[in-house]
Design a protein around this ligand. Structure first.
Ligand code: TXA
Ligand code: MG
Length: 354
């Protein structure tokens, strides 16, 4: 399959016609898979109402078919055709956070979506991305667009068209290049079919922002388990993973530097992923400064590109410094823990450790 790349200005203006977007939208209507930028990560889109189109997503990504996809819309007017009911809490969230990095789970209307989108569930996840190119493309396609992240399954999500090209060239019909994405981690997934609503995946909208908008919000208990400690060391499943094994570290800078040196003494080339404040006074074989600990949104923005950077270097092991579990830090740690396959290195007697 030939993969066409179209370059589009990130700030497409609604009143102009963009032949690249028209062409990409026509391909979506014809059942093709097209990658496009959103404010979180690049998505791999297909017509959510077509079995054949949605199959193309799973084929291109190598994604297990029991994992449902998020449906992307450009206008809240589409909702009444797609879901059974929008309750008051969901309405408040939509008004505050859409377009934006929040996916809401609703009870779906029967007979609208391909069963492959919802993996046979009676619910569907919907979001309106805060990206002019995504909105223009979905509007031009005049279809609800199913779109997971546009990476090969298991790899870090793509935050640039180059990442998508690297993973999916030859496997999809096209890539709309709108430059780097902004937020850098995926949307928060919130189940609005339960009371109170429950966070199923931490993401671009934080727990604190949600509770400020609608009051009590639950968190899927399995997320708590995953967030911090090696409480479930048996879990082998990795996602967002670089080629070299990645360990999350928690401890003092002195301990971290000693840990790096001891791996080096064992003949290992060590990569270090940490906020710039740490990198500035550490030494390792290859280091990536990932944002600033003073503003974790900068860490989220660079996270996946930073993880991917290690794949171009011959490192044997990657150490990734943990960040604080607040705001978007919760989403960052969720992705890091998955990239690490739950492998941690924790300083003995670390006062902040459990
Ligand atoms: O930021 C994002 O959300 C990106 C961009 C492209 O929009 N998309 C994305 O999609 O991350 P994906 O497919 O990689 O993640 C979908 C997540 C999964 O955790 C899936 O389990 C959950 O949403 N999900 C989708 N539909 C669901 C449903 N009906 N019930 C529960 N979880 C659902
Ligand atoms: Mg994904």
């Amino acid at each position: 399959m030939n993969t066409t790349m179209w370059s589009v200005d990130k700030n497409v203006d609604k009143n102009n016609d963009y032949p690249q977007i028209k062409k990409a939208a026509q391909l979506l209507r014809d059942g093709h898979t097209i990658a496009f930028p959103t404010e979180t990560v690049y998505g791999l889109g297909a017509d959510a109402t077509s079995d054949q189109a949605v199959s193309g997503i799973f084929r291109a990504k190598g994604r297990p078919s029991d994992n449902p996809l998020i449906v992307h819309i450009y206008s809240t007017n589409q909702l009444s055709d797609l879901v059974q009911h929008v309750d008051n809490l969901s309405q408040a969230l939509i008004e505050q956070f859409w377009p934006g990095p929040l996916t809401l789970i609703f009870t779906k209307k029967e007979g609208v979506f391909s069963e492959k989108v919802t993996a046979g569930l009676d619910t569907v996840g919907i979001r309106m991305p805060d990206h002019p190119v995504a909105l223009a493309l979905i509007e031009a396609a005049q279809k609800p667009i199913a779109a997971p992240s546009a990476n090969r399954s298991g790899k870090p999500s793509p935050t640039s068209a180059e990442h998508v090209y690297h993973d999916l060239n030859g496997r999809i019909s096209g890539i709309v290049d709108g430059g780097e994405t902004g937020v850098g981690v995926e949307s928060t997934v919130l189940d609005c079919t339960v009371t109170p609503p429950m966070i199923l995946r931490p993401g671009g909208i934080s727990y604190e922002q949600l509770t400020a908008c609608i009051g009590p919000v639950d968190v899927d208990p399995s997320l708590d388990e995953q967030a911090e400690q090696p409480r479930s060391p048996g879990m082998k499943y990795t996602h967002y993973a670089p080629v070299a094994p990645l360990y999350i570290t928690k401890g003092s800078d002195l301990w971290l530097q000693e840990t790096i040196v001891s791996f080096q003494q064992d003949g290992k080339k060590v990569g270090l992923l940490a906020p710039m404040e740490t990198i500035s006074h550490m030494q390792a074989d290859f280091m990536v400064a990932c944002g600033s600990e003073d503003d974790l949104s900068t860490t989220a923005h660079s996270l996946y590109d930073s993880i991917r950077a290690f794949d171009n270097e011959a490192v044997d092991i990657i150490l990734a410094q943990s960040v604080e579990l607040r705001g978007i830090g919760v989403a960052i740690m969720n992705r890091l823990v998955k990239a690490a396959g739950h492998k941690w290195l924790i300083e003995k007697n670390d006062p902040t450790s459990f």
